[in-house]
Design a protein around this ligand. Structure first.
Ligand SMILES: [Zn+2]
Length: 86
């Protein structure tokens, strides 16, 4: 029996345009931030920073979420999405 275990702390995705064959959108989700983690370990407040922690749900749900986020962003900009391959 084989089972997949999702233990990744980041999820990355890019969207490639069908006609241009170029990257038209990308997104990254992360469950960790080194600065926040270090501050927590030391028991002090984290210094002011651009926190990379932007995901708190399961790692398994990161990539579908970023795919939806990118497609919704394109549709919000008024672009048409014809084909989706994942
Ligand atoms: Zn942080």
């Amino acid at each position: 029996m084989f089972s997949l275990v999702y233990t990744f702390n980041t999820g990355h995705a890019t969207l490639i345009g069908q006609s241009t064959k170029k990257c038209i959108a990308y997104a990254v989700k992360s469950k960790r931030c080194k600065i926040c983690q270090n501050a927590k370990t030391k028991g002090v407040p984290a210094r002011k920073h651009t926190c990379s922690n932007n995901w708190s749900a399961s790692a398994k749900s990161m990539e579908p979420a970023v795919a939806c986020e990118m497609l919704q962003g394109l549709m919000y900009e008024g672009r048409q999405v014809h084909i989706q391959l994942m």
